[in-house]
Design a protein around this ligand. Structure first.
Ligand code: EPU
Length: 340
């Protein structure tokens, strides 16, 4: 089968911010071999590439000249299942949330804290998705990639992916250089619930659940997310738009002296994660709108498209928020999604 090259493709429906942009050229890949066909193609092989999964961690600020490679590689299978763990292999194009639901239905718990995260399985390692006390790094075994220059396939063990808070090698050295075709996840046995996150604990208490099942944790996470994060189908967004700043004790104490109410969490290495949502709210941005872009009412870390916003509108709002936070707290918030 030859590659179907699509030209001048509207991207509005392919990014969860719902901003308008056009891809000059787009190809869909369904197999590893499709990726190698791109590499071997006389014209496409030489073009810069933008890999697109669910478009849920992306802000498009204009038309895209790079070749858009839409990943649609399917497949979910259990590779190993024994008393100590289950190893699952997933095609990069699979929906992450459907994967989480499927593992639960199959009796393989261990991903439930990551329920309802939009996007694809292949994108999960790129930003090391995380929520409610768990991150992909806790479960990732390995990642299959194809090199965009050589067409060579390789399996990267998780330790080589340099996963960190919303970060990985795929955002740095390997950005635009390779495509993730599959990931493998190891789910440990026996299952131990991860319920330390305050919101999850509170939800379980309210429901009077003392000894939660995997399904209870899944339900808790889904309910909490639905309560505070806007559904991209209803209101365009890309989840948290900024990372929570991580600072050392000295900086945290300096900020605390001026802002005693600031919300912060100690990390195991002695640093502190400051709640960016709190800082943005403290700057008066909560629920505010600039042009057609806005700061979400329930979760100020999320920027939203109130209807017809362009990527440039969202970025302008982001810069205004960054400037306010910098002025008040002396810290520059880092933008989390990929801005193109
Ligand atoms: N907060 C405020 N004011 C608000 C809202 C929140 O002060 O209006 C404070 C809360 O008191 C809370 C803190 O902000 O203590 C954190 O809120 P939340 O639990 O929602 O977490 P977050 O730091 O805002 C992070 C992730 C989310 C993830 C949640 C849950 C980042 C960049 N974001 O958000 O991930 O779902 O924790 O674990 O780390 C994403 O990456 O797109 C994303 C949604």
């Amino acid at each position: 089968m030859t590659l179907q090259i699509e030209s001048d493709v509207p991207l509005r429906a392919l990014n969860t911010f719902g901003v308008a942009a056009t891809a000059r050229r787009l190809v869909r890949v369904r197999t590893e071999r499709d990726v190698r066909r791109i590499v071997d193609h006389p014209e496409l092989g030489r073009m810069p590439k933008l890999v697109l999964g669910g478009g849920s961690n992306l802000l498009l600020t204009g038309d895209v000249d790079a070749l858009v490679v839409k990943v649609e590689i399917a497949g979910r299978r259990v590779l190993e299942d024994d008393a100590r763990s289950t190893l699952i292999e997933v095609g990069a194009g699979e929906s992450w949330h459907e994967l989480v639901a499927w593992t639960l239905e199959q009796g393989y718990p261990g991903l439930e804290n990551l329920a309802l995260i939009p996007g694809t399985a292949g994108a999960a390692p790129v930003q090391n998705i995380g929520a409610y006390g768990m991150e992909l790094a806790d479960r990732l075994e390995s990642v299959d990639v194809v090199d965009f220059v050589t067409g060579r396939c390789a399996t990267l063990p998780a330790a080589h992916c340099r996963l960190a808070y919303r970060d990985s090698v795929f955002k740095h050295e390997l950005a635009g250089k390779s495509l993730i075709t599959a990931i493998r996840l190891r789910l440990p046995r026996p299952w131990v619930p991860v319920t330390g996150y305050a919101d999850v604990e509170r939800w379980l208490q309210r429901e009077q659940i003392g000894d939660p099942t995997p399904r209870d944790v899944f339900d808790a996470v889904c309910a909490i997310r639905r309560g505070k994060l806007p559904d991209p189908q209803a209101l365009g967004n890309a989840g948290s738009f900024f990372k929570n700043p991580v600072v050392n004790r000295t900086i945290r104490n300096e900020i605390l002296a001026d802002h005693p109410d600031i919300v912060s969490y100690p990390l195991p290495d002695g640093t502190y994660k400051l709640a960016a949502a709190w800082m943005i709210a403290a700057c008066g941005w909560k629920g505010r709108t600039l042009g057609a872009a806005g700061v979400h009412e329930q979760q100020p870390l999320v920027l939203v498209n109130r209807g017809g916003a362009s990527g440039a509108d969202v970025l302008e709002l982001a810069h205004a928020v960054q400037e306010s936070v910098q002025r008040k707290f002396g810290l520059r918030l880092e933008i989390e999604p990929l801005v193109v």
